[in-house]
Design a binder for this molecule. Structure first.
Ligand SMILES: Nc1ncnc2c1ncn2[C@@H]1O[C@H](COP(=O)(O)OP(=O)(O)OP(=O)(O)O)[C@@H](O)[C@H]1O
Ligand SMILES: [Mg+2]
Length: 182
């Protein structure tokens, strides 16, 4: 999946990412203002710049991950101003400034938009192997919507699940809105 994703052209990424954003933004869930976390895409991941800008424009309270400088595998969430300067973390992923007044606790979240490497129809998810999302999702409320965004080819027959893996509720691709079976 990583090899296939790495081979995507910018044209395909842009076209598919736009389709994903349109589909996600059209969901009834996002028709009222939500406290939602998204992510800053890295390399050939689904591009989130347009989606994130649209979420903010539509009045959602948007926050983004900032990896913990001292606890490996943990990340915190921060809101940001449009004029804020983003800074690359140790992985090269851009992060908003970690201003205490913009900190959002996981318990406040109504939705988490997640990156992924692969997913299956049951909502099992492979990330990049750091356990960052698995740790974060342990702290969100049970009713918080966990929604993955992915290219269609990232669907696998069955993802092997480990005890710590937190499954997705829904997945949006360029062509589908999947409600995961439980
Ligand atoms: N809640 C947790 N508490 C402690 N360790 C955890 C927790 N969740 C995951 N881990 C550890 O993180 C490591 C990586 O997990 P995993 O392989 O599932 O990553 P991933 O789901 O691909 O990554 P990510 O969650 O960042 O997308 C595992 O070895 C696991 O032991
Ligand atoms: Mg996992």
């Amino acid at each position: 999946m990583r090899t296939r994703r790495a081979a995507l052209t910018q044209d395909v990424i842009d076209r598919d990412s736009q389709a994903i954003a349109q589909r996600l933004l059209a969901l009834p869930f996002f028709s009222t203002p939500r406290i939602v976390s998204s992510f800053v895409s890295f390399k050939q991941e689904v591009a989130t710049a347009g989606l994130n800008a649209a979420l903010k424009e539509r009045g959602h309270e948007l926050c983004l991950p900032v990896v913990s400088p001292d606890v490996l595998g943990e990340m915190e969430l921060y809101g940001f101003d449009l004029k804020a300067e983003f800074i690359p973390n140790r992985f090269g992923i851009l992060e908003p400034p970690a201003l205490p007044e913009h900190h959002i606790a996981p318990e406040q979240l109504e939705a988490v938009i997640l990156p992924l490497t692969a997913f299956d129809a049951g909502g099992q998810r492979l990330g990049m192997g750091g356990g960052y999302y698995d740790r974060l999702l342990k702290k969100v409320r049970p009713q918080c919507l966990l929604i993955g965004i992915a290219f269609d080819f990232q669907e696998a027959e069955e993802i092997p699940a480990e005890p710590w893996d937190m499954p997705l509720h829904e997945v949006v691709t360029p062509t589908r809105h999947l409600i995961c079976r439980r």
